[in-house]
Design a protein around this ligand. Structure first.
Ligand code: ADP
Length: 652
């Protein structure tokens, strides 16, 4: 037999894990994270700066517009009546009042004129100063508490300017009531000589209502750089930058700010900040009365963008402090938005990249899996082919073996048949003897019948023919078992009555046993032991065993053959053939083919070997033993027929 092909050790399948690529870590690279964070920070900062720049540009434009608007308002308030002093010299009463020889009536007339004029245009006061600096006539002449009449204003700049023949105009705080105002003076000439100065004091109170136009803290500084008006009360009368000594002296002498102290502005501010403006950081004080806290006032310190604008005619500068915090808050919002958007986009890119990486890894794994699958399939195909080949070889071997078995079986059958014929040959003499007597009687009776027929004794003829018929039946009964025994038939197991088979074997050997003087003790009863075997073959076995027993007892004094069927274990049957012969030879090869103790020509030594083969073919067995009392016993172990119980107990 060929050994099935075993696959080479190198073909063993690799572990599944081995074919997959090592899974790359999906945790983000710290360097990439740092770069992303840096990028987010930079873009956020860039967004902040861009938004801040844009906001400041808007703030500048807005502040410019508001400054223009406010400047127009200031110009309107200040210049609307600036020409009034120039016209006063045209008034005769005023000129009369300034005349050295003036009378009370002319002064009074001038007072009334000025009073009338002042009430008509709504300024604070209009008054006339003589060339010494004393007020000669004033619109408020009849107000005992506030009247300027008689006051020495020679220290005022507007007086000095007017006396010098020029138009004087500046801010100053009133001496009488401390009321601030804008003073415009004009010389009063008599001929070529300046005989006095006409002055109008314009109220700046309307400006306080105009701060709202600016919508942010603002101030107006005069030509000295001193804040004269502001939406923030604390800022008033502070110097934007330290004042030079001579300016301080001038201010003190002219009592421009009523002699009050000039403080320092909270921060150093350039009075002319330029188009880009100046950024300052400071805290504002309490808001000015009437100014909405939310628009013009900031409690906490903050950054402000300072824009300025000159008010040409009056020599003032208007400064507006735009709060940068909303701009910066908005810029911060935009920066944060840009950072978040950048973060989102980068995250999206990362997710997309990650997904692509995962998909790529999956594709690679799939490809590797397909490769491994293909390898596995080719391996399976190779192995299948090897197995198919082996299978075909095995089938061929099985067929050969079956063929050999068939040949062997045929040979066995032939052998059995040969052994059977050999037995028949040995039985032939006895059978011939058995047949000789009836045949002789037939011949005699038939001859007699012919004679009696000639004589017409038909009744005797009929009697003879009856005897002949019975003898023919007797011969037939002798021949039938022989025919049955000699028949070459395949061994087909079937329910077989053991007693029947024993009877048939004894019948065939009857002549032999009786001539040998063997007493047969057949204890088998019909239909008591039904074995599962082939009756013909069982008879052959029994004939072998009975003949051997008869041979063994040839020299025995007592020749008794005992045959009985007993229940065996496992529902089988035990058929025992016991003799009183010489007993079994010592040699252990009793069942070996060609073992015989008989003289040449009498035994072939095949009887027991063939008998055991026949019994084993039915699924039974044959064994031999010596009897204690002498002689041998052969025990046939036979399977009981299906549905048949073992033999009843002997005592039943
Ligand atoms: P053969 O009868 O041709 O010798 P067998 O196989 O039938 O061949 O028998 C083999 C031998 O077994 C016999 O020669 C004989 O020595 C021995 N033998 C068989 N049956 C008996 C028996 N009943 N008692 C003693 N010896 C026996």
């Amino acid at each position: 037999m060929t050994t099935p092909a075993t696959p080479p050790a190198t073909e063993s399948a690799p572990p599944a894990a081995g074919i997959l690529p090592p899974s790359r870590s999906l945790s983000p690279n710290p360097f990439i994270v740092a770069v992303i964070l840096l990028l987010i920070g930079l873009i956020g900062f860039g967004g902040y700066r861009a938004s801040e720049y844009q906001g400041m540009q808007t703030l500048r434009t807005d502040a410019g517009h508001r400054l223009d608007l406010f400047a127009a308002a200031v110009d309107g308030i200040v210049n609307r009546y600036a020409h009034i002093p120039a016209t006063i010299q045209l008034n005769e009463e005023v000129l009369g009042a300034l005349h050295p020889a003036r009378g009370t009536a002319s002064v009074q007339a001038a007072n009334r004129f000025l009073q009338h004029l002042n009430s008509h245009i709504g300024s604070i006061a209009i008054f006339v100063v003589d060339e010494r600096g004393f007020v000669i006539a004033s619109s408020n002449w009849n107000d005992p508490d506030n009247s300027f009449v008689g006051e020495d204003l020679s220290f005022r700049s507007y007086f000095l300017e007017g006396l010098a023949g020029r138009v004087g105009r500046h801010f100053a705080i009133g001496i009488t009531r401390g009321e601030p105002g804008y003073f415009v003076s004009h010389p009063i000439r008599h001929g070529n000589r300046v005989v006095g100065v006409a002055v109008i004091k314009i109220s700046l109170a309307p400006l306080d209502k105009a701060w709202d136009l600016l919508g942010a803290p603002a101030l107006i500084s005069d030509s000295n750089g001193v804040v004269i008006l502001s939406s923030v009360p604390e800022w008033r009368y502070t110097a934007l930058s330290p004042l030079p000594l001579d300016t301080r002296v001038d201010i003190s002498m002219s009592r421009l700010y009523n002699g009050g102290p000039i403080g320092d502005f909270p921060v150093s501010v350039n009075a002319a900040p330029g188009p880009e403006g100046q950024i300052v950081h400071m805290k504002l004080g309490t808001p000015p009365p009437g100014v909405a806290r939310s628009r013009n006032h900031v409690d906490a310190g903050g950054s402000y963008l300072v824009h300025g604008r000159g008010l040409q005619d009056v020599g003032w500068r208007l400064l507006i402090f735009s709060d940068l915090r909303p701009v910066r808050a908005q810029a911060f919002g935009h920066g944060a938005l840009a950072a978040v958007a950048t973060g989102f986009v980068l995250l999206l890119l990362l997710v997309v990249a990650q997904r692509r990486r995962i998909v790529r890894q999956k594709l690679e794994a799939k490809e590797l899996l397909e490769q491994a699958n293909a390898q596995l399939e080719s391996k399976v195909a190779r192995r299948t082919k090897a197995l198919t080949d082996t299978n075909a070889r095995l089938r061929k071997e099985v067929a050969e073996r079956q063929q050999a078995e068939q040949t062997l079986r045929a040979a066995q059958d032939e052998l059995v048949q040969a052994a059977k014929l050999a037995v028949l040959g040995q039985l032939a003499a006895g059978i011939t003897h058995e047949l000789a007597q009836p045949l002789g009687a037939v011949r005699t009776l038939s001859g007699n019948a012919v004679e009696f027929m000639k004589r017409g004794n038909l009744s005797t003829v009929e009697q003879n023919l009856g005897i002949i018929a019975r003898l023919a039946d007797q011969m037939g009964r002798i021949i039938t078992p022989l025919k049955t025994f000699a028949r070459k038939s395949p061994a087909i197991p079937a329910p077989t009555d053991v007693a029947h088979a024993v009877g048939a074997a004894l019948f065939l050997l009857d002549q032999r046993l009786s001539t040998s003087g063997v007493t047969v003790d057949n204890r088998c009863e019909a239909e008591q032991a039904i074995a599962w075997c082939d009756q013909n073959r069982l008879e052959q076995v029994l004939i072998n065993l009975i003949r051997n027993a008869a041979d063994a007892m040839a020299d025995s004094e007592h020749k008794t053959l005992t045959i009985e069927a007993t229940p065996g274990t496992d529902g089988s049957l035990e058929l025992s053939i016991a003799d009183t012969g010489c007993g079994l030879p010592d040699a252990g090869a009793l069942f070996e083919p060609f073992f015989t103790t008989k003289p040449a020509g009498e035994g072939l030594g095949l009887g027991l070997a063939i008998s055991r083969d026949i019994v084993r073919e039915f699924g039974g067995d044959l064994r031999a033993e010596n009897r204690p009392e002498g002689g041998a016993r052969f025990i046939l172990n036979l399977p009981a027929a299906p549905g048949e119980n073992a033999l009843p107990d002997a005592d039943q």
